[in-house]
Write a protein that binds this ligand. Structure first.
Ligand SMILES: [Zn+2]
Ligand SMILES: [Zn+2]
Length: 278
């Protein structure tokens, strides 16, 4: 408990920057899964999203904190109806935040307006740990803020549980996007319950058949349970979205504008036609 409290007392931005430095260095030092040049430029573009996230989050995090504290004061939510030990409350709470986030993520793939924002995260053609930062700031407002408030309202979760969830999820996000080699046994064991890096990479495959799978942040159990689990050998994965394949469409400014542009999604059948025609 003491440990959790002291970990959560650390400014979240220090954790994010610290993990970015750690993973970027590991990707430089260890054998990477994929080779790509222009890493510094790629890091720079994705870091601009971090700045945008930081600014957007200044406002939104206070709305989230205020709303959850208000809900807790009113004792709204299922956990207020049962008596559970603290450790179990924390464990189930983290799982419930992850469950609600899973459904928000699925929604972002099917609702055209939400996909316009979410596709920014999927647009990266050369994925590494910095892809973790690539998300439209307006999506963060919709997704992380509203899914956290909704989960807190349904299950009666508090800010301590939310902090713990973000702490664990952030570590998973860096691991999932890192351009590092992960042995297959990790998928066969750990991957029965948790989202492993290789499983999240399937979610970044260009082919929509795979893009619409493995939505979970921490527990891949949700995909297994709701029928959206898919696997594909990681060395066969082509990252990104066909409609964002050009270099100029990988820049921060283009991607920030992209939700407001009319960009047609390339469906699996069209993608297969273009790749077999080559
Ligand atoms: Zn997605
Ligand atoms: Zn991702």
């Amino acid at each position: 408990m003491e440990l959790i409290n002291s970990l959560l007392a650390v400014n979240a931005n220090y954790i994010l920057i610290g993990l970015m430095v750690l993973f970027y260095s590991l990707e430089q030092l260890l054998t990477t899964q994929f080779n790509f040049t222009k890493r510094p430029q790629h890091l720079f573009q994705n870091s601009l999203f971090y700045v945008a996230f930081f600014l957007g989050n200044l406002l939104w995090s206070s709305v989230t904190v205020f709303s959850i504290e208000w809900l807790n004061n009113q004792q709204v939510g299922l956990f207020y109806l049962v008596h559970l030990p603290l450790w179990l409350k924390l464990l189930l709470g983290v799982a419930m935040f992850d469950l609600v986030s899973y459904w928000f993520h699925r929604l972002a793939h099917v609702v055209p307006l939400l996909w316009r924002f979410h596709r920014v995260h999927h647009s990266d053609t050369t994925m590494d740990a910095s892809t973790n930062f690539r998300a439209h700031p307006l999506e963060i407002i919709f997704w992380f803020g509203s899914s956290s408030i909704l989960a807190a309202a349904i299950f009666g979760l508090n800010l301590l549980t939310l902090g713990l969830y973000f702490f664990i999820a952030t570590f998973f996000f860096f691991l999932e996007h890192a351009n590092l080699r992960f042995p297959k046994w990790i998928d066969k064991s750990f991957g029965l319950v948790f989202t492993t890096p290789n499983l999240h990479k399937v979610h970044h495959e260009q082919d929509q058949h795979y893009t619409d799978s493995n939505f979970s942040d921490i527990f891949i159990l949700w995909d297994r349970l709701f029928g959206t689990f898919k696997s594909k050998p990681v060395e066969q994965i082509k990252f990104g979205l066909k409609e964002f394949d050009e270099e100029k469409k990988q820049s921060f400014w283009y991607l920030m504008k992209s939700p407001f542009l009319e960009i047609k999604r390339v469906e699996s059948e069209e993608l297969n036609k273009t790749t077999s025609a080559k």
